[in-house]
Design a protein around this ligand. Structure first.
Ligand SMILES: [Fe+2]
Ligand SMILES: [Fe+2]
Length: 201
């Protein structure tokens, strides 16, 4: 699965378990499972989908100091002022950093899917979409829209991306929080207007 890691997938899981709470680890497994189930229909290899799903939140439970330190080491393209300003978003690029440096993942598509998983953005690749959607609606998610989006994802992944983008913008709007410019660009790409943002999908 991951030749760069001496112990392969079981080594990755063992290491991941030391970084995450039990709940987050279960969410990661569930995201990986759903992404893998959705992958064949959009031409993505199951192993890549599983790996990206498994590691997407690998930085999520790091303490603030460590996260900040690693954020400053990240030199990829998915870090900007909008992400720096919102600590909840830091685990996107830091996750990609850890996947590369700690888990030995060299596949740029897997690293990109991790770096964009909660924000999304314009021009997402199929693997990015899988992780963006699976993270939102995997089976352990208990929010009201999870099951509906999951069913939709098996029929039409782009329709599910659109539903997730809308739901996330609504969430931010209800709380008076600003969306990241990439999330707004994704919404524009999917034709989500301000009117739709106000509606239930
Ligand atoms: Fe996340
Ligand atoms: Fe997640």
């Amino acid at each position: 699965m991951n030749p760069a890691h001496p112990e392969g997938l079981s080594g990755i899981k063992r290491k991941l378990r030391t970084l995450l709470s039990a709940r987050r680890y279960a969410h990661s497994l569930s995201t990986a499972r759903l992404a893998t189930e959705l992958a064949p229909a959009v031409g993505v290899g199951c192993q890549r989908a599983y790996l990206a799903g498994l590691l997407h939140d690998c930085a999520r439970d790091l303490d603030h100091c460590r996260m900040k330190k690693l954020l400053n080491r990240y030199s990829g393209r998915y870090l900007d002022a909008g992400i720096r300003a919102e600590p909840k978003l830091w685990h996107n690029p830091v996750g990609a950093y850890l996947a590369f440096h700690k888990f030995g993942v060299k596949d740029p598509g897997v690293l990109r899917a991790i770096a964009r998983h909660s924000i999304g953005g314009p021009g997402m690749h199929p693997l990015d979409k899988l992780i963006y959607v699976a993270d939102y609606c995997e089976e352990l998610r208990t929010h009201a829209a999870a099951e509906r989006v999951r069913v939709l994802a098996f029929k039409d992944l782009d329709a599910a991306v659109s539903a997730v983008a809308r739901a996330k913008l609504n969430y931010l709007k209800r709380r008076g929080l600003a969306a990241h410019p990439d999330s707004l660009a994704l919404a524009r790409e999917y034709g989500i207007s301000r009117l739709y943002v106000n509606s239930r999908f």
